[in-house]
Design a protein around this ligand. Structure first.
Ligand code: AMP
Length: 282
């Protein structure tokens, strides 16, 4: 595995591979890898000739009162994991090379970012879309892999690629969970055992909506009310519990047969903000 730090060094290396007809698969991450990240790497390894993973804790997607400084980092351990997974290139840029002093161009989306996480984390998706667009320019992948865990992010990236004619295929991979059902996240490291237990109420609330839908309940207000009640039993502060229709993230009033939906939740357990979701069919 080659570790490359400079955004200028990586493109010519990858371009020469691309010119030889190699398919480049890309997995962008913020590091502190867990099985969720690894599932994306494995899928890329299976489907592509060359696998590139980036690790960069992107400052522009964190709000002023968020956890940029304390976000967990362990590059040494991450490198061992990526070596084992037979990754070809690790891109490990610095903050200074990714955002030079005079950086002033950003990517913004003006519809889907107004709801859910976008509403509670102003500027977050502007930071995400900007860094992903920059990384796509540097890596020029054929395919890029994202987790359903960050559903709104994955759909926004698909929208960016579509709207801005970026020549990359976006692959959305399933959520990997701990045995308990808790969605894996680098931020789970902030949680004590009892907090992890309380966090399970998020998954329970999402499951409850799907059970009710299977029983024939169609009224969104009722579904949201029941699901949020369950989440609140374990969590300290529920930011949102919403049901949206896929793929456009529109807010339906009733569940209709054959359509695809997602139920999404963001809630705090003590100081830790957690997100999770499930996709289902009407
Ligand atoms: P992050 O390092 O948190 O920015 O995540 C990097 C990528 O891994 C994103 O596409 C995430 O959606 C994905 N990811 C994070 N957690 C999980 C998980 N539990 N299951 C599947 N993918 C995940």
């Amino acid at each position: 595995m080659f570790t490359i730090k400079s955004p200028k060094t990586l493109p010519p290396k990858l371009l020469s591979l691309k010119n030889k007809g190699k398919k480049i698969g890309f997995v962008p991450t913020m590091g502190y890898l867990h099985d969720g990240h690894i599932s994306l790497v494995r899928k890329a390894r299976k489907e592509c000739d060359v696998v590139v993973v980036s690790m960069f804790v992107n400052p522009t997607q964190f709000g002023p009162n968020e956890d940029f400084k304390k976000y967990p980092r362990d590059t040494k351990k991450d490198k061992i994991i990526l070596l084992k997974e037979k990754v070809d290139y690790l891109f490990l840029p610095s903050k200074e090379t990714m955002y030079r002093k005079k950086h002033s161009v950003y990517v913004e989306e003006h519809r889907m970012t107004k709801i859910l996480c976008g509403k509670f984390r102003p500027g977050h998706f502007r930071g995400v879309l900007t860094i992903v667009a920059k990384l796509f320019q540097i890596v020029q992948p054929s395919r890029a892999y994202f987790g359903q865990k960050d559903l709104q992010q994955a759909y926004l990236i698909s929208k960016m690629v579509d709207d801005l004619n970026m020549p990359v295929q976006i692959i959305i991979c399933p959520i990997i969970r701990e045995e308990s059902g808790l969605a894996m996240s680098s931020r789970n490291t902030y949680l004590s055992e009892s907090e992890k237990h309380r966090a399970l109420s998020i998954r329970k609330g999402l499951d409850q909506v799907i059970t009710l839908v299977k029983k024939g309940r169609k009224d969104i207000t009722l579904l949201k009310k029941e699901g949020s009640k369950t989440v609140k039993k374990g969590c300290d502060n529920l930011q949102y519990f919403e049901i949206i229709e896929l793929p456009n993230f529109t807010m339906p009033r009733r569940i209709e047969k054959g359509k695809r939906y997602a139920v999404l939740c963001a809630a705090f357990v003590s100081q830790t903000r957690l997100i999770d979701n499930r996709i289902f069919k009407g």
